[in-house]
Design a binder for this molecule. Structure first.
Ligand SMILES: NC(=O)C1=CN([C@@H]2O[C@H](COP(=O)(O)OP(=O)(O)OC[C@H]3O[C@@H](n4cnc5c(N)ncnc54)[C@H](O)[C@@H]3O)[C@@H](O)[C@H]2O)C=CC1
Ligand SMILES: CC(C)CC(=O)C(=O)O
Ligand SMILES: [Mg+2]
Length: 351
């Protein structure tokens, strides 16, 4: 489906994907349409588990090329039912979701975490929580570098090699410092330098090198295991966290949990140079356990749409969404959950 508007609209590829992906994406589009009508020319792409099962296609090169020609991507979630015997493990995650991130050079995976007023946190004394995780998005153990030998024998061996390049680290570290400079001027590197010494030394060295260009930013370091402690005992200590692809994936689910749940956590897979379309998506996955039941919270997808607006310098519209979300959240009653579409309607009405 393509919707055009007379004033050079932003070309938006929408990939609803699997499970709750289409449900939450519909609500994000509803809110975008309310806050910025005619700002987007939407093209929907049917990709994901169902499409693979029906056609055997994951992400044809021709579709990738088309998507590359768009200005931005809004994605729901990718991933089929757990252990579906008809889908090879990781096929959709690797050959669709990660392929988009890698081919489109989404090296800054930006994941903000904020505890909105009135949101229940599982922490007894959460205090004020407002930090962003800058997760490296194109390297680490997610590159598919590895393999298995002697499969099925008692001597089977598997490796997943973490790829870390000075180029890849430096550009994401520089981005994180720039964000810290504009925020509360504190950057925390999260890694595991005590064990992953080769990659860890490079991350630590590059952080310290780039730090000389940002003398106002205080640098902190935490091992990933200790970072999970502080994220639950003292999350207010964080301003900007920079970390690798795997640690960033894990710690942002934890960050979502401490700030009221995965249904509120938004993200942007950014190529700050804008030479390719950046991709905005909730942190969560396809949630097969609640799919098709209108139980999903679309707030994460809606806030991801706000990040998209912000990326295109439509900050006033982005703020209107954030304010509408904040107001909606403040009135939520955990004992009376609303259907996905009703939450989208309420937020769209407020913007
Ligand atoms: N970016 C993406 O497309 C991602 C895809 N996945 C894929 O999604 C599938 C399911 O993965 P899981 O590990 O179960 O993670 P998940 O994030 O889909 O679900 C974890 C738990 O959170 C709940 N949940 C998630 N989103 C929610 C929402 N908006 N509202 C309310 N509850 C919500 C689910 O019901 C489930 O209990 C897998 O195939 C996985 O590979 C996982 C994470 C990210
Ligand atoms: C499914 C993975 C490839 C992605 C993921 O969990 C994430 O980006 O948070
Ligand atoms: Mg994840």
């Amino acid at each position: 489906m393509t919707t055009t508007s007379p004033e050079s609209p932003i070309k938006l590829a929408v990939i609803p994907g699997d499970g709750i992906g289409p449900e939450v994406t519909d609500e994000a589009l509803k809110v975008l349409d309310a806050v910025a009508p005619h700002a987007f020319a939407v093209t929907r792409y049917t990709l994901g588990a169902e499409h693979y099962l029906a056609t055997g296609e994951v992400l044809p090169d021709s579709v990738l090329d088309e998507v590359r020609g768009q200005d931005a991507i809004l994605l729901g979630a990718i991933g089929g039912k757990p252990n579906d015997p008809n889908i090879p493990p990781g096929l959709l995650e690797r050959s669709l979701l990660l392929r988009l991130r890698f081919e489109l050079d989404h090296h800054v995976n930006l994941r903000p975490s904020k505890l909105y007023p009135g949101v229940g946190s599982p922490l007894a004394n959460p205090g004020e929580i407002d930090f962003v995780v800058v997760r490296e998005g194109t390297e680490g153990p997610y590159t598919g570098n590895g393999g298995a030998i002697r499969v099925g024998t008692p001597h089977e061996m598997a490796t997943e090699v973490s790829v870390n390049t000075a180029y890849g680290i430096e550009r994401v570290v520089r981005d994180a410092f720039a964000r810290a400079q504009k925020r509360r001027k504190k950057l925390t590197l999260v890694h595991k330098t005590n064990v992953l010494v080769h990659a860890g030394s490079m991350w630590w060295r590059i952080v310290n090198e780039v730090a000389t260009e940002f003398p106002e930013v205080t640098v902190d370091y935490l091992h990933i295991d200790a970072a999970t402690i502080f994220m639950t005992t003292d999350p207010g200590r964080f301003d900007v966290i920079v970390t690798d692809n795997l640690f960033g994936d894990i710690i942002t689910d934890l960050a979502a949990a401490v700030t009221g749940g995965i249904g509120l956590a938004a993200s942007g897979n950014l190529n700050p140079s804008r030479s390719t379309p950046s991709m905005f998506e909730p942190v969560h996955g396809s949630a097969p356990d609640i799919a098709g039941q209108q139980k999903a919270d679309p707030t994460a997808a809606i806030l991801s749409a706000a990040m998209l607006l912000d990326f295109f310098d439509m900050s006033e519209a982005a703020e209107r969404i954030e304010k509408a979300v904040e107001a909606d959240i403040a009135e939520r009653d955990a004992d009376r959950p609303r259907p996905t579409a009703a939450i989208g309607d309420a937020i769209a009405a407020r913007v």
